[in-house]
Ligand binder design. Structure first.
Ligand code: RFL
Ligand code: PHB
Length: 395
């Protein structure tokens, strides 16, 4: 089957689905092609924090109705060190907030609106293959239920995540990602229990980092720093709750455990492609860059990318390609600020794992206690954190 569109979007994660809405609002034809089933896409448990800038973008396209009804507005976060818990008050410091609303819910809202609009979104596509993206006649080839599709497009967007196909069609000497690996990973759990805190707690402990987040008034999301190679089978629910209680413990406070409904390990790495543009192919979101989750930036950066790219594609479809020509440079300049912040938060809150020499762990722990003591007593440091955590302008 041969089809033609203006923008072929690979990937129906938050980036691809929001881009579709921006193009729809601008009257630009598009097709979204996703290799997993709709159910699989909706079942992935990931990010939970939306910057104010992300909420603003969803509002701009009328996509935030349920978010405003069900999302939890947080005026700050807690930083904890040596059992001392300190509230960083974003509203007071920078007059901004963040909203805790699961990535799954964002994706569900975006999908439902595409259903209402009757948008062309293919799920379960096989062998998705971008072709001739560096020529005048780009194509996307894929199979649906055994039928071969050949989609011709003016532009192809890779919104297919870090393990997607689009970045692989860019020659290695052009893509050239700058990368950093971390010596730790996060064990994340979802639990059917009311959160024991109103706002997120980020804690540094001699055993490593721990975090208490949430998804709703009755669902908690918690994370523990672990070594990258650990086996989930070694982490019983009881061991997890004991470690969380130990690391998040603070005088006069208790953590209420509950049934764990999901467990996973997330490795931590940073990677930024040298360019997000190759011929008529543009990368957005995790396809172009990833950060460790400590700053809560991945989802927000994906939404910011497609805001820039969507506006540029709408202008290009109307005959002006100058915004598209500068998309990669603008998105990467913003992204490197996000990389810096994510690295800063990660380094501040993690120490080397148990396999590192004890003297090194001790030095790193003590220097981070010093850093957290500084941040929790300096208004300037808190303002810097608050400005970045609540989100940079998308421009
Ligand atoms: P996604 O969400 O990975 O979506 C890409 C989509 O492309 C599909 N795909 C393909 N489709 C067609 N053909 C192919 N060959 C394809 N290959 C892949 C995939 O199936 C998928 O549907 O990328 P996108 O849209 O760029 O969104 C990025 C975010 O998902 C990601 O950055 C965040 O989840 C990162 N992240 C967090 N970000 C935040 O802003 N705040 C947070 O609090 C936060 N916490 C997290 C996180 C990520 C985590 N994990 C598991 C990686 C916490 C965790 C634990
Ligand atoms: C989450 O709720 O999943 C979450 C919150 C803050 C982060 C990362 C993840 O920094």
């Amino acid at each position: 089957m041969t089809e033609r569109t203006t923008v072929a979007i690979v990937g129906a994660g938050p980036a691809g689905l929001l881009l579709g809405h921006i193009l729809a609002a601008g009257g630009v034809p598009f097709v979204i092609v996703e290799n997993r089933s709709r159910e699989h896409v909706l079942s992935r448990i990931r990010a939970g924090v939306l910057e104010q800038s992300s909420v603003d973008v969803l509002d701009r396209f009328g996509l935030a109705e349920r978010l405003h009804a069900e999302g939890l507005v947080h005026g700050g976060i807690h930083l904890q060190v040596e059992g001392r818990r300190f509230h960083v008050d974003f509203e007071h410091l920078v007059g901004r907030t963040v909203t805790v609303y699961g990535q799954q819910q964002v994706v569900l809202d975006l999908m439902r609106r595409h259903d209402e609009l009757g948008s062309p979104v293919y799920y379960g596509a096989s062998e998705v293959t971008p072709a001739d993206v560096d020529g005048e006649d780009p194509h996307l080839r894929f199979g649906i239920d055994g039928e071969q599709h050949d989609l011709a497009a003016r532009f192809v967007v890779g919104a297919d995540g870090y393990h997607g196909v689009c970045r692989t069609v860019i020659p290695a000497d052009v893509l050239q990602p700058a990368e950093r690996a971390y010596d730790c990973a996060w064990l994340g759990v979802l639990a059917d229990v009311a959160p024991s805190t109103e706002e997120i707690i980020y804690a540094l402990h001699p055993d490593g980092f721990a975090m208490h987040s949430m998804r709703s008034p009755s669902v908690s999301r918690l994370y523990l720093q672990v070594d990258p190679g650990v086996d989930l089978a070694d982490w019983s629910d009881e061991r997890i709750w004991t470690a969380l209680q130990e690391r998040l413990g603070s005088p006069g406070w208790t953590l209420t455990p509950g049934p764990i409904t999901e467990k996973s390990i997330t490795p931590m790495r940073s990677s930024v492609a040298r360019t997000l543009a190759y011929g008529r192919l543009f990368l957005a979101g995790d396809a172009g860059h990833i950060v460790p989750p400590t700053g809560a930036k991945g989802l927000n950066a994906a939404l910011a990318d497609v805001t820039l790219l969507g506006d540029a594609l709408v202008a290009a479809a109307a005959g002006s390609e100058s915004a598209l020509a500068s998309y990669s440079a603008r998105a990467l300049a913003r992204q490197w600020k996000i990389q810096y912040f994510s690295q800063w938060m990660t380094d501040m809150l993690h120490i080397p794992g148990p396999s590192a020499p004890p003297e090194e762990r001790d030095f790193r722990y003590r220097s981070r206690v010093g850093q957290l003591d500084f941040v929790t007593t300096s208004r300037f440091a808190q303002q810097t954190l608050a400005e970045q955590y609540t989100g940079l302008a998308i421009a």
